[in-house]
Design a protein around this ligand. Structure first.
Ligand code: SAM
Ligand code: SF4
Length: 335
């Protein structure tokens, strides 16, 4: 009988190879962005969320199954105590090529150098506006100056690449897209514009009223900048363009106007330990209960992850014009 080789690739029913894991290490955050959270959020009790050891253990299983990129996110990952130690540990996983982070930037001023030293290659930093009053309105609790300090600290720390992420909403910040591109160009960093996704109830607002499609954002930017298409593949859903004669790439993440599911290569681990197969569907597997009931049984964990690929949906079903069918907020999900 030929020897059975352990499986080293995760493949779903549609032939998509899953090699990218996004991990929400906390549902908590120091901001309350209007598109992400309600003003009064109830966060999960600490015993409901994975410990750092459990997060590492699950990540180890994924890397042994062929995942070569991990993004640490949240909530705001940098509010979780011990995050730098976790990053250091993950960086040591053999087979992991890219350890990257998403952050709102508020704590980067004091942490960027340690995060770089821990082995993080790239950081995505959220920045939706350059106007301090609008920043306060959009984040409810955030301070623009603190985030700008964080961006400067990240630049000084010398990451391989920094990218800004801007969620664009009509009448809130859609008039700032060119200024945001100029900000990125001046600093030689990339920027992605994101269409708002209907995840969780956020406030009384209808999301469709503030819908501002990528096609319009792109048109606005082209009034001031020349964009050249580039074949830049990050393994993400962005379509990228180079701003002519600059270092800056502009990306568009368009869940509504351009479905990106055909090339999906990712799954998510939520803060409470659910393996979420698609951002826009509820199909998930409870890995927390599994590893707490069978501590140390790595073979069972891997088998469960391999089996979970069979329920990865073909595509998301976001509809900006309907009440969200998905009651999970982006913060608990690992956006
Ligand atoms: N706190 C970190 C941050 O803000 O970058 C990481 C977590 S946050 C959930 C990750 C990304 O999701 C951010 O770029 C944020 O703008 C985006 N996001 C949150 N809610 C969203 C929504 N409803 N639609 C589209 N993007 C959203
Ligand atoms: Fe916090 Fe990020 Fe959500 Fe804003 S988008 S509330 S910074 S988790």
């Amino acid at each position: 009988m030929p020897e059975l080789h352990p499986q080293t690739q995760l493949i779903d029913r549609f032939g998509r190879v899953v090699n990218y894991l996004r991990v929400s290490i906390t549902d908590r955050c120091d901001f309350r962005c209007v598109y992400c959270m309600a003003e009064n959020m109830t966060f999960m009790p600490r015993t409901h969320i994975l410990s750092l050891e459990e997060i590492y253990y699950i990540c180890q299983a994924f890397v042994e199954l062929g995942v070569n990129k991990i993004r640490i996110t949240g909530g705001e990952p940098l509010v979780r105590q011990g995050v730098v130690g976790l990053l250091q540990q993950l960086h040591g996983l053999s087979g992991l090529n890219e350890l990257v982070l998403s952050s709102n930037g508020s704590k980067l001023g004091g942490m960027a150098a340690d995060i770089k030293a821990a082995g993080v290659k790239r950081i995505n930093i959220s920045l939706d506006t350059l106007d301090p009053a609008k920043f306060k309105a959009l984040t409810r609790t955030g301070d623009l100056e603190q985030v700008l300090t964080g961006i400067n600290a990240a630049r000084a720390a010398g990451f391989q690449n920094l990218k800004l992420n801007s969620v664009i909403m009509k009448h809130r910040n859609h008039d700032e897209v060119c200024d945001l591109v100029a900000f990125a160009v001046e600093r030689g960093i990339d920027i992605s514009f994101i269409e708002e996704m209907p995840l969780g109830l956020v406030d009384g607002r209808q999301r469709s009223e503030s819908y501002y499609p990528s096609t319009e954002i792109k048109r606005d930017i082209q009034n001031r900048f020349t964009l050249n298409a580039v074949p830049y593949a990050t393994g993400g859903p962005s379509d990228y363009f180079q701003v002519a004669d600059t270092e800056t790439r502009v990306g568009f993440i368009s869940p509504h106007s351009a479905n990106f599911c055909g090339s999906c290569n990712r799954v998510r681990l939520t803060a409470e330990g659910r393996l979420l197969l698609c951002l826009g569907n509820e199909d998930s597997v409870d890995l927390k209960t599994l590893i707490r009931q069978h501590p140390g049984d790595m073979a069972l964990l891997k088998q469960t992850i391999i089996a979970a690929m069979q329920i990865k949906p073909q595509q998301h079903h976001f509809n900006i014009h309907e009440q969200p069918i998905i009651m999970r907020h982006m913060s608990a999900t690992g956006g």
